[in-house]
Ligand binder design. Structure first.
Ligand code: NDP
Length: 326
């Protein structure tokens, strides 16, 4: 059999972790013939609960699960990992200012970046799901001085999947008939789900939908506010879909995709996004390297929406710089 690949997950005892780990162990991340070893990072207080999840993982008797380790020491958990899925983060509490939120998360993602730098495998790929994901990713990337910046990314695939699902419901098409939906910018309320290049059954999505008012007034806010709608309905946040999107993102990055998918990655200056900002772009992936899809036409409406989200990212970057976190 192939040697096992080590995969680290932080916040492993959380709600997203509870969906994510079973998918990874079943082969959903690296494929049906690749054994995996899980390295599960948690804060000390959650290690007890994590043992319960570990028992369940054992009880699934997954043929591909070659080993598990748990702990609160990032250096030990990141030792030799080729994939790090950073899910654990500090959510905004009541009355918390944005700068407090960025600072608290800086104290998580800075040390984790350093630990990855010291301990991870030379081929490590880092995916940040924990919010504020783009800026947490920026902090970890800066702290990991020797890991190339292009090995860091943050999740906007859930937004893409939500946008595709809305288009499928509206047009009656299957999700596999929908291509080239793009998420630009920050994984926040300012994100821009762009359908100007999207197709449904090979036809421009705008024509296939045939309802500009729906696209402008219903589609975009539905995608942006989907998380809140799910909390309202379930009384708990959207953990399984966030885990599924994390798998989609990291699997496409590991195994490649010809299809255009959205990932938040450090900008090379493409599409007027300042270099170094971790912003969502359309990418394709080959040989474990993403490449921003070049030369798409950006109309005036899209330009304004991209600029607004990128301005928010720049202000988050400035705030973490002022806090000395990057
Ligand atoms: P979840 O597992 O539900 O969420 C974890 C993170 O993912 C949050 O930052 C959350 O952001 C983010 N997220 C991104 N997309 C989504 C989405 N669509 N829906 C919901 N969340 C999304 O949180 P839990 O509180 O259940 O678990 C977090 C775990 O992380 C805890 O066990 C905690 O102990 C751990 N933790 C571990 C750390 C470490 O390993 N060093 C550090 C900090 C925490 P948002 O809050 O905006 O929803």
């Amino acid at each position: 059999p192939k040697p096992a690949v080590r995969v680290a997950v932080s916040g492993a005892a959380g709600a997203i972790g509870y969906s994510l780990l079973f998918r990874i162990a079943a082969g959903g991340l690296l494929g049906p013939d690749q054994p995996v070893e899980l390295r599960l990072l948690e804060v000390d207080e959650a290690l007890g609960a994590l043992e319960g999840t570990v028992m369940e993982l054992q009880d699934c008797a997954f043929p591909l699960l070659a080993g598990m380790e748990t702990g609160s020491d990032a250096r030990r958990m990141f030792d030799g990992v080729s994939h790090a899925l950073l899910v654990g983060a500090k959510p905004r509490g009541p009355g918390m200012e944005r700068s407090d939120l960025l600072e608290v998360n800086g104290r998580i993602f800075g040390p984790q970046g350093e630990a990855l730098n010291d301990a991870a495998s030379d081929d490590v790929q880092v995916t940040v799901t924990g919010n504020p994901a783009n800026t947490n990713c920026l902090i970890a990337m800066h702290a990991a001085r020797d890991i190339p910046n292009e090995r860091f990314s943050a999740l906007t695939r859930l937004d893409q999947n939500r946008a595709v699902a809305q288009l499928a419901t509206k047009t009656g098409a299957s999700v596999t008939d929908i291509h080239d939906v793009i998420i630009w910018g920050n994984h926040s309320a300012t994100q821009y789900p762009d359908v100007t290049h999207a197709t449904v059954h090979g036809r421009a999505a705008r024509l296939e939908v045939g309802d500009d008012a729906w696209l402008n007034d219903v589609f975009t806010p539905t995608v942006a506010k989907r998380g809140a709608a799910i909390i309202e309905a379930r009384g708990a946040s959207s953990a399984a879909s966030a885990a599924s999107a994390t798998i989609d993102h990291a699997r496409d990055w590991a195994l490649g995709t010809e299809a255009m998918v959205s990932m938040a990655v450090p900008s090379d200056g493409s599409y007027g996004v300042p270099e170094g900002l971790v912003s969502s772009f359309p990418v394709t992936v080959r040989d474990r390297a993403w490449r921003i899809v070049p030369d798409l036409t950006i109309d005036e409406f899209s330009r304004a929406r991209i600029d607004a989200s990128v301005a928010e990212l720049a202000s988050e970057r400035d705030a973490v710089r002022a806090l000395g976190l990057i």
